[in-house]
Design a protein around this ligand. Structure first.
Ligand SMILES: NC(=O)c1ccc[n+]([C@@H]2O[C@H](COP(=O)([O-])OP(=O)(O)OC[C@H]3O[C@@H](n4cnc5c(N)ncnc54)[C@H](OP(=O)(O)O)[C@@H]3O)[C@@H](O)[C@H]2O)c1
Length: 243
């Protein structure tokens, strides 16, 4: 038996110095990236485009009709450009998907080539509505984000911006949007890029919230927020505490 005081024992190998843990709030500089918004003529797309462009990001909104996108871009201002969805995807580094769930699969399938090599950020909430209010749908792939990943094998897919109120985003009297943004994805670098993008909007913070297999809960939670909004006549957002 050897003990630490045994002089014949081989000297212990020097411990390899442990790399210092990375600060999770140390996020990349995304100010030079072009952000595209598919369905950017809609409520959510306009709101995100306005906030990101106001923060200094170059933004292109997409539409099924280029004219509609150009008109909406002119209304948003802050240098936002408009194009058809294909050109929007082609010219952007990061592409936010802000089309209704009904058009989600068809839109992405038709843009597979243009979206190849891009970071695609899905903010689509598959919801149904009936007399009782909003409820979560169950996409075959698990979530809208996982459907996007399945349809876009040559893109990197993340999910974020689900819980934002388009009304607040578009309210030009508000300087800040007081909320956290849950960001999901498979690659840390992609998630951090989206967190950084969210963080460009004053008041907003991007928080890592898991891999895409957990996107369903995040998308579904919007049904709960809609219930909150209806009861309290509000535009509720979320804050993650203790981080
Ligand atoms: N509204 C919110 O507060 C909010 C918040 C978080 C997330 N979201 C999500 O964001 C997405 C967009 O919501 P929204 O309220 O902005 O919707 P929206 O205004 O109804 O639609 C957005 C745009 O999508 C395009 N579009 C409509 N039907 C389409 C189809 N079948 N195929 C392809 N494009 C179509 C339209 O643009 P063109 O006609 O110009 O092509 C429309 O302006 C939804 O998936 C929603 O779950 C919304």
């Amino acid at each position: 038996m050897t003990s630490s005081s045994d002089s014949t024992a081989a000297p212990a190998a020097p411990a390899t110095p442990k790399a210092a843990a990375k600060d999770p709030w140390d996020l990349p500089d995304v100010s030079g990236l072009v952000v595209g918004v598919l369905g950017g003529t809609g409520e959510q797309g306009r709101g995100l485009a306005y906030r990101l462009a106001k923060a200094g990001q170059q933004v292109i909104i997409g539409s099924r009709a280029a004219d509609r996108a150009r008109d909406a871009a002119g209304e948003i201002g802050h240098g936002v450009e408009g194009a058809d969805n294909a050109e929007c995807a082609r010219r952007s580094d990061v592409v936010i998907v802000a089309v209704p769930w009904d058009g989600h699969a068809k839109t992405l399938e038709s843009l597979r080539e243009e979206l190849a090599g891009k970071l695609v950020v899905d903010c689509v909430n598959p919801l149904g509505f009936d007399k009782k209010g909003a409820y979560a749908l169950k996409p075959e792939e698990g979530s809208a984000a996982e459907q996007a990943a399945a349809l876009l094998p040559d893109s990197r897919v993340a999910a974020a911006f689900h819980h934002l109120s388009a009304v607040l985003l578009q309210d030009t009297s508000l300087e800040e949007i007081d909320t956290d943004v849950m960001v999901l994805g498979e690659e840390r670098a992609d998630v951090e890029l989206v967190q950084a993008l969210a963080g460009r909007i004053p008041g907003m913070r991007g928080v890592f919230a898991g891999r895409l297999r957990n996107a369903h809960q995040v998308e579904s939670l919007v049904a709960n927020l809609i219930s909150v909004n209806r009861r309290y006549k509000a535009h509720a957002g979320l804050r993650v505490t203790d981080i």
